[in-house]
Design a protein around this ligand. Structure first.
Ligand code: COA
Length: 157
């Protein structure tokens, strides 16, 4: 973890940069589904946290997590390439996981492209188990992997 990082909830003014980073780092080669308007809706949504790290007025990383009845869903997550492998992703994920615990979530679900070994390794490192591979999950072309992490045993207080 990098203790100096300032993680905060996104404001609407972050939406364009988040959408562009998603396009470049996550949705490359696929239709651009997380355009600024959709990101803005997530920022405004009461059951979603959009967390950002900014440095010198530049977006360094972000994570979007939705909270449902028992599960939280990590929908989008990325760190700027120049700042990868420096613990930024770990700090952001830890922040979002703590929010999921506070929200009462039992489990966090996340998906990654099958060929995204960086993300799979990152999530595995943080206790996410690979459940299954889903063929052509992304826009009918790229295969995906479903992962999950249990935060507490079902039925625990
Ligand atoms: C996945 C991602 C968010 C990781 O962010 P990060 O800030 O680099 O992660 P951290 O520095 O906290 O890494 C923690 C650990 O995860 C693992 N890990 C992270 N990136 C890795 C990589 N490229 N290859 C192998 N293991 C990796 C390592 O165990 C790492 O610990 P180490 O650096 O001490 O070896 C980042 O690579 C990224 O933004 N990728 C592009 C977008 C994306 O794929 N998002 C996820 C799918 S939505």
């Amino acid at each position: 973890m990098t203790p100096d990082l300032h993680i905060r909830l996104a404001s609407l003014s972050d939406a364009v940069e988040i959408a562009r980073m998603s396009r470049r780092l996550i949705e490359h080669g696929l239709p651009w589904s997380w355009q600024p308007e959709r990101v803005a809706r997530a920022i405004a949504s009461p059951n979603t946290n959009v967390a950002v790290v900014r440095e010198q007025d530049e977006l360094v990383g972000f994570g979007i997590m939705e909270y449902w009845e028992t599960d939280a869903h990590l929908v989008l997550f990325a760190v700027r390439p120049e700042r990868q492998r420096q613990g930024v992703g770990t700090s952001l994920l830890t922040w979002l996981e703590a929010s999921a615990v506070v929200a009462g979530s039992e489990r966090i679900r996340v998906e990654a492209r099958r060929d995204n070994f960086a993300a799979r390794s990152f999530y595995n490192e943080h206790g996410y188990h690979e459940l299954r591979i889903k063929r052509r999950m992304y826009s009918g072309t790229a295969d995906g992997v479903h992962l999950e992490k249990w935060l507490r045993t079902r039925g625990d207080a």
